[in-house]
Design a binder for this molecule. Structure first.
Ligand code: DGY
Length: 424
């Protein structure tokens, strides 16, 4: 082994150790302290990491996540298995009345794509396991199309910035301005800023609005129709749109291979509708897919890493794809590490504040897959190399400053370790 191989092996060993240490007995926390529960898309990415060294454990992560599924098919954004004073807002604030306790919203459904990955890279055991879990995955996708495509036109909205997983991205600034902070919200004590410097987290005004939306959901018994039609926030999200589209495509491949013909036909029709729906997210002012407030029709005006998931989803026509690549080239020329969550040329860019600029490795993983599918292996390699350099030089942080590489947010982070492993 060369010293370089040696170094790589010790980084991979550390990644495996982080995953094992974040294991709470069948499910993984994103990081100790800051996020002490099971988060939906964090868990899905954890599966990719576990699959590199312990496939049994990878499947267990899927099963514990699906244990949280509601009767209507929704897989919630957080599953609270035990009350933990380190986190706010916990299960009593959500009061979603479910067992195991959970929040009342969902998160980007990367799970079907991860299951397809396990089938494609695995053996007959993986296939059998995927067949057994197929109905649950399909039910979750059905829930998205029934409850997040409000107008039945293939445009997927989120009822809370937390549902998007990109909490404080400027994408939500317009929608958040429309949320009137409840005047009986009362005093509450944020825990996140006890763990992480406040300059790397959402602002107090954002938290007031996050909690106002939670209050609305709680007071309406987490009735999803009520949230979508009359809730304080409903914004079309390119991240959710594209991740669901890709997951529908992956689930469709599984359905065909498993002989689930009715499900495959349904998935086909969802994909077709979503292809049309994407056009509503194309902002002609900036020539990119942007978030759009579904209450006012107003667009967000910045280029995000979520918009770059168009390639991952197989969305857009040739002209749109060329324009997206032009943006990608221009943005990557501006930063030391790609892909920033918000355009560094835009005044709302903040290099260290969570989703207002920093780089996230699991986003890079999906974006790079899309870039490679459209023949831009150069950009895919750039993101892979940048991701590797970030971890190797700045450690396993939750997110990173795209200009300097400085690690931000939580340390020893599960999905950062998982992506380092899968991209080893
Ligand atoms: C948080 O608490 O910061 C989470 O992102 C909510 O999902």
């Amino acid at each position: 082994m060369t010293p370089l191989d040696d170094n790589n092996e010790s980084i991979l060993a550390r990644a495996r150790q982080i995953m094992v240490e974040n294991d709470r007995g069948g499910y993984t926390v994103p990081t100790a302290g800051l996020y002490p529960y099971q988060w939906n898309w964090d868990s899905a990415f954890a599966v990719l990491g576990f699959a590199c060294f312990d496939r049994e454990r990878a499947w267990l992560e899927i099963d514990t996540l699906l244990e949280g599924q509601w009767d209507d098919g929704m897989v919630p954004h957080i599953i609270f298995r035990r009350d933990d004073p380190d986190y706010f807002p916990g299960p009593t604030v959500w009061a979603a009345g479910h067992n195991p306790p959970s929040t009342g919203i969902s998160q980007p459904p990367v799970l079907a794509s991860v299951v397809r990955y396990l089938v494609d890279t695995g053996d007959a055991t993986d296939r059998d396991k995927a067949i057994a879990r197929f109905p649950k995955l399909f039910a979750w996708h059905q829930w998205f199309h029934a409850f997040r495509d409000r107008d039945g036109n293939g445009v997927i909205g989120v009822v809370h910035p937390w549902e998007s997983g990109r909490d404080n991205c400027p994408d939500w600034d317009g929608g958040m301005r429309g949320v009137n902070v409840a005047n009986d919200l009362g005093e509450y004590h944020r825990r996140d800023t006890g763990h992480i410097d406040a300059s790397e987290r959402p602002t107090q005004s954002e938290y007031d609005r996050y909690l106002t939306i939670v209050k609305f959901g709680r007071e309406h018994g987490w009735d999803q129709n009520e949230l979508v039609h009359n809730g304080p926030f409903f914004v079309a999200d390119p991240g959710m749109q594209f991740i669901l589209m890709r997951a529908d495509r992956d689930l469709r491949e599984l359905a065909i291979s498993f002989g689930e013909n009715t499900a495959a036909a349904k998935l086909d029709s969802w994909i077709e509708l979503a292809m049309q729906g994407c056009d509503a997210l194309w902002n002609p002012e900036v020539n990119c897919y942007c978030a759009r407030d579904l209450k006012t029709g107003e667009f967000s005006d910045g280029i995000t890493n979520a918009g770059m998931l168009a390639f991952y989803a197989g969305a857009g026509d040739r002209r749109q794809q060329e324009q997206l690549f032009e943006h990608a080239d221009a943005i990557l020329a501006r930063v030391e590490f790609g892909f920033p969550s918000w355009d560094p040329r835009h005044p709302a860019f903040e290099a260290k504040r969570y989703w207002r600029g920093p780089v996230w490795l699991m986003m890079n993983y999906m974006i790079a897959d899309g870039f490679a599918n459209y023949g831009r292996d150069d950009l895919a390699s750039r993101l892979r190399d940048d991701s590797q350099r970030l971890v190797d030089n700045y450690d396993f942080f939750e997110y990173f400053d795209p200009l300097t590489g400085t690690g931000c947010g939580g340390g020893d982070f599960t999905w950062t370790a998982a992506i380092r492993l899968v991209w080893q």
